[in-house]
Design a protein around this ligand. Structure first.
Ligand code: CTP
Ligand code: ZN
Length: 153
């Protein structure tokens, strides 16, 4: 990056989610359940040029690392994302998100008649399809705003 470009500061400890699809940064925060009230340091860059993606977002969260289920859901909205774990200013681990075949127990089905909403002890299960994610029980496809269907309990 040239000296003429503005960029947000490096962080000491935490996670940098890089190569996020342009415009998805706020959904990334929503998936992580971060709304600012936690007091974590958060920096967001949106729609900056990227050789790989055309436009990308970057989300830096200080003093927080991600769980595997959070990474699985992130892969749905940011399939090209790179997760960088930062410790004492150094990138100590860099992983690409890996799109799983199914997402279990994370998303809730929008169909009120779905067995997963019937008070039965049935874990939700969605498979990845070209236009979104599909409920394994009732076939409902969530196409947009996947982040809004994350079970936050
Ligand atoms: N980063 C940060 N704070 C640090 C170290 C790195 O915010 N202390 C950020 C960088 O700004 C970058 C990302 O973490 O957005 C990955 O850092 P690095 O691996 O050094 O950058 P690149 O080599 O450009 O990454 P890639 O090859 O994944 O594009
Ligand atoms: Zn369903």
């Amino acid at each position: 990056m040239s000296d003429r470009e503005l960029r947000v500061s490096k962080i000491r400890n935490g996670t940098v989610i890089d190569h996020v699809s342009g415009g998805q940064a706020l959904n990334v925060l929503s998936i992580l359940g971060i709304d600012g009230s936690e007091g974590l340091g958060v920096s967001i860059v949106m729609n900056v040029p990227s050789a790989q993606l055309g436009k990308k977002d970057v989300v830096k969260v200080e003093d927080r690392e991600l769980s595997q289920s959070e990474v699985d859901v992130l892969s749905l909205i940011a399939p090209e994302a790179t997760i960088n774990i930062i410790r004492d200013y150094e990138v100590t681990k860099k992983t690409r998100v890996d799109q799983p075949e199914t997402v279990t127990g994370i998303l809730s089905c929008p169909n009120h008649n779905c067995i997963t909403n019937g008070g039965e002890p049935v874990e939700t299960k969605f498979s990845i399809v070209p236009d979104g994610v599909r409920c394994a029980y009732c076939g409902t496809i969530i196409r947009d705003s996947i982040a809004e269907h994350i079970d936050t309990e």
